[in-house]
Design a protein around this ligand. Structure first.
Ligand code: MOS
Length: 703
C-alpha cells in the first residue's frame, strides 16, 4: 500500500459498504433477539385537549396482544428535559399524532391490529395550527436554535432602507418539511435485570444513553445504546425520540425484548420537522450595488410543549457587508407537533430567502448576480466583527462560474425559449458554520502491528467509520488497512452526536490526539509490545469547544440550469453544480457523496418537497412518501460537486470544516433564480410545483 492510500483526502472506500449492499448490516429493528415482541403506537386523533377515557378491552382480547400501555398504567418516567419524550405520563394531548397508547404483541401484525381496536374518547378543545405573519401569539425569542440571539440590529436599518437608491422588499415562504430518512425511527430494547440494552436508530448513542438513564432513573453505566448502522437521520435522530422511550417502557413492563418501528406516517408528528418560515427580506443598495441596508425578518412556529426556533435569519449575519442590518425571529406557539432539526436548520430556509432577494436585487440593478455577491464581500464577519478564519466564497463563485459556463448566459431575465421549453440558469451562495463538540477516544497498538481506535461516533451513512480510520492512519503514520475503528456503541469512549456537520471535526480531533499520543508512546517503546498492546486516550473537552477568535464557516456556490414546461408547469433541473470551500477534504469519495446528497435534498426542497398543516384537523396532510415527494433518480440530472482546498489553521488538527449540510444551503434559491431567468416570473413560495408555476405564468405564456 502506497502512502497516498493512507493520506487524508484519499478516496477510501466505505468500510461497511459490502455489508450494506449485501444486506448483512443490521439496523435497529433487525436485532432478532430470542423472545422479541413488537409494539405499535396509538396516536391522538385531536390536535388539542385530553384523553377522557381509553378502552383497551377489545385490544387485549385481540390475538397475540400481550399488553396495552396507556397514561393510566405505563411506567412512570423521571421528569424529562425534553418534553417530547414524556410519553404516556398524563392525559394531555398537545398535538395530533401524540402517542396515547402502545400495543405490545407477539407479532407486528398483531400489534397493529390491537392498536386499531383501542377505543379512545377525547375532550377536544379548539385548536390553532395556522401560522400567519400577524399572529397575536408571536414573540421574539431570546435565542433561536443553536443558541443564536433571537434579534440583532446594527445602525438604523429602517431609515437606511427607506433612503436607499435601489430597494428590494420581498416576502418568501418555505413550507414545513420532513426529514424522512430511508430507515424510519426504530429501537429494540431489552432489560437484563437492571441493565437496559437498546439498539436505536440514532445519530448519537452517548446522548440517548444519558436520556434513557435519566428517564428510567439508572446510572449511565447500566444503559447501553447501540447504533451500529443507521439509515439516515438528517437531524430527526439527533437526540432520543419517543420510539426509544416507548420500546424501553414496553420491555420493562413485559420482560420481553421489544421492537418499536415507527410507521412512516407517524414520523411527521413524532420525530420533529422543519418548521415553516415566513420571510420578509429588505435589501437597500446604492447605484453601484453596495448594500446599505439588510433586513431579514422571519416568523415561524413551534409547539405548545417545546420552544424550537428555526434560526433562519442567522445566515444574513454572516453573508454580506452592510452598515445597517436587522436580523430577527418571531415564533408562534401553535397546537402543532414539535419542530426540530432538519439538515441545515436555519441556513436552508434562510438562504432560500436571502439568496432569492440578492437575485432580485441584481435584476433591479441590472448587475450580474455573481458580481453583486462579490461586490458585497465583507472584510470581517458583519455581525460579530470577527475576522474569518478563512472565507473563499469569491473563489467558489468564480470557479463555479467558470465550470458552469456562466459567461455564456444571457444577462437579461427571461422568458428565454428553447424549443417548446423555457430555459434559464441561476446562482446562489451557501454557508454553514464550523461546529465542534468535545469527544473522547482511545487508540491501541497491538503486538501484531495492527491498531484499534475506539470512539462512540455514529455513521449515519456519511462514511464516518471510514474517515476516522483515515484520520487515525494519518496521525499514526501507518497504512490504512492496519487500523480498525469501533464506533456506534455507548460503551465506547463517549462522543458527540452526528449533527451540525460536526462529527468528523469532533470525533476526528479526539482520534487524532489519541493516535498522536500513541505514536509518541510507541517511539519511546523498545522491543516487542506486551500482550494487551499499548493504549493512549484523549478527551478534547476544553480544547475542541473553546471559543474561537475567528468567525468560522464553510462557504460554497451553487449553479443551476432549469427547463420550464409552460404547458404542464413542470420544472426540470438540467444541471446542478456546486463548488465548496470547506477546509481540507478528508475523503474525496465520501465527501462528494455528502455534497451531492445535500444538493439533491435542496433540489427536493425547491421542486417537490412540501407539507401542509390541515387547519381543520391539525394534521400534516403529506405524511407518507406517496404524498411527500422526495427526489428520485429521474429527478436528479447531472450533479457535480467540486471544492477548493483551504489551508485554515484555526479549525482542528485535520484542518477540516463540516460538509454534511452545506450542500442543501442555497440550492433551492439557485433553482428558483434559474426559474426566474427562464420565465421572467419570480416565485417566492416553495416548492415550485407545476400548479404553482402555471398559476404564476402570465396568460400569454401559458399555452
Ligand atoms: Mo443535522 S440537522 O445537524 O443532524
Amino acid at each position: 500500500m502506497s502512502d497516498t492510500d493512507t493520506a487524508l483526502g484519499a478516496p477510501a472506500e466505505r468500510r461497511e459498504g459490502r455489508e450494506k449492499v449485501t444486506g448483512t448490516a443490521r439496523y435497529a429493528a433487525e436485532h432478532t433477539v430470542p423472545g422479541r415482541v413488537h409494539a405499535w403506537p396509538v396516536t391522538a386523533a385531536i390536535a388539542c385537549g385530553a384523553v377522557r377515557a381509553i378502552d383497551t378491552t377489545e385490544a387485549l382480547r385481540s390475538a397475540g396482544v400481550i399488553t396495552v400501555l396507556t397514561h393510566e398504567n405505563a411506567p412512570r418516567l423521571a421528569d424529562a428535559d425534553d418534553p417530547t419524550l414524556a410519553v404516556l405520563q398524563n392525559s394531555r394531548v398537545p398535538h395530533r399524532g401524540w402517542p396515547i397508547a402502545l400495543v405490545v404483541a407477539e407479532t407486528l401484525e398483531a400489534a397493529r391490529a390491537g392498536a386499531a381496536a383501542v377505543r379512545v374518547e377525547y375532550e377536544a378543545q379548539d385548536h390553532d395550527v395556522t401560522l400567519t405573519d400577524s399572529h397575536p401569539g408571536a414573540y421574539v425569542p431570546e435565542e433561536a436554535n443553536g443558541g443564536y440571539p433571537g434579534h440583532r440590529e446594527r445602525g438604523a436599518p429602517e431609515g437606511a432602507f427607506a433612503s436607499a437608491a435601489v430597494r428590494v422588499d420581498a416576502a418568501y415562504r418555505v413550507p414545513p418539511l420532513h426529514n424522512h430518512p430511508m430507515e424510519p425511527h426504530a429501537a429494540t430494547a431489552q432489560w437484563d435485570g437492571h441493565r437496559l440494552v437498546v439498539h436505536d436508530s440514532s445519530q448519537g448513542a452517548t446522548a440517548v444513553r444519558a436520556t434513557l438513564a435519566a428517564l428510567f432513573r439508572l446510572p449511565e453505566d447500566q444503559v447501553t445504546v447501540v447504533a451500529e448502522h443507521v439509515g439516515g437521520g438528517f437531524g430527526s435522530k439527533g437526540t432520543a425520540r419517543p420510539h426509544v422511550v416507548l420500546a424501553a417502557m414496553a420491555a420493562r413492563r413485559t420482560g420481553r425484548p421489544v421492537t418499536v418501528v415507527l410507521p412512516r406516517r407517524f414520523l411527521p408528528a413524532l420525530v420533529g420537522h422543519r418548521a415553516p418560515t415566513l420571510h420578509r427580506v429588505r435589501l437597500g443598495a446604492d447605484e453601484q450595488g453596495s448594500l446599505t441596508a439588510l433586513l431579514h425578518e422571519v416568523t415561524t412556529h413551534t409547539s405548545r410543549i417545546k420552544e424550537f426556533v428555526e434560526q433562519a435569519a442567522v445566515p444574513a449575519r454572516v453573508m454580506y457587508a452592510s452598515p445597517h442590518s436587522r436580523t430577527t425571529h418571531r415564533v408562534v406557539p401553535l397546537d402543532v407537533p414539535s419542530p426540530s432539526w432538519m439538515r441545515a436548520p436555519g441556513e436552508a430556509p434562510g438562504m432560500f430567502a436571502l439568496e432569492s432577494a440578492m437575485d432580485e436585487l441584481a435584476v433591479a440593478l441590472g448587475t450580474d448576480p455573481v458580481e453583486l455577491r462579490i461586490a458585497n464581500e465583507p472584510d470581517t464577519e458583519p455581525d460579530s466583527g470577527k475576522p474569518f478564519s478563512s472565507r473563499h466564497l469569491v473563489e467558489c463563485l468564480r470557479e463555479g462560474a467558470r465550470r458552469f459556463g456562466w459567461a455564456h448566459r444571457d444577462p437579461h431575465p427571461g422568458p428565454h425559449s428553447s424549443g417548446p421549453l423555457l430555459v434559464g440558469s441561476g446562482v446562489a451562495a451557501a454557508v454553514y458554520p464550523v461546529l465542534i463538540q468535545p469527544s473522547t477516544a482511545t487508540a491501541r497498538a497491538l503486538p501484531n502491528g495492527n491498531f484499534t481506535v475506539r470512539v462512540n461516533a455514529t455513521d449515519i451513512g456519511t462514511g464516518a467509520r471510514t474517515v476516522l480510520a483515515q484520520v487515525a492512519a494519518d496521525a499514526l503514520g501507518v497504512p490504512l488497512d492496519r487500523v480498525r475503528t469501533e464506533i456506534g456503541n455507548s460503551d465506547l469512549p463517549s462522543a458527540s452526536l452526528a449533527g451540525g456537520s460536526s462529527g468528523t471535526a469532533s470525533w476526528g480531533w479526539a482520534v487524532h490526539e489519541a493516535c498522536t499520543r500513541l505514536r509518541a508512546g510507541l517511539a519511546e517503546h523498545t522491543g516487542q509490545l506486551p500482550e494487551p498492546g499499548l493504549t493512549a486516550s484523549a478527551d478534547t473537552a476544553g480544547t475542541a469547544d473553546a471559543d474561537s477568535d475567528y468567525a468560522r464557516h464553510a462557504f460554497g456556490a451553487h449553479f443551476a440550469e432549469v427547463a420550464v414546461d409552460t404547458v404542464t408547469g413542470e420544472v426540470r433541473v438540467r444541471r446542478l453544480l456546486g463548488v465548496y470551500a470547506a477546509g481540507h477534504i478528508l475523503n474525496s469519495r465520501t465527501a462528494r457523496s455528502q455534497f451531492i446528497g445535500g444538493m439533491t435534498m435542496g433540489l427536493g426542497m425547491a421542486l417537490t418537497e412540501g407539507s401542509t398543516m390541515d387547519a381543520a384537523f391539525g394534521d400534516f396532510t403529506e405524511s407518507d412518501l406517496a404524498a411527500y415527494h422526495v427526489p428520485v433518480h429521474a429527478d436528479v440530472p447531472a450533479v457535480e460537486a467540486h471544492w477548493i482546498d483551504e489551508d485554515d489553521p484555526h479549525l482542528n488538527p485535520m484542518g477540516s470544516k463540516g460538509i454534511g449540510e452545506i450542500g442543501i444551503v442555497g440550492t433551492a434559491a439557485a433553482i428558483g433564480n434559474a426559474v426566474h431567468h427562464a420565465t421572467g416570473v419570480r416565485y417566492r413560495e416553495l416548492p415550485l410545483t407545476p400548479d404553482r408555476v402555471l398559476t404564476g405564468l402570465p396568460s400569454f405564456m401559458a399555452r
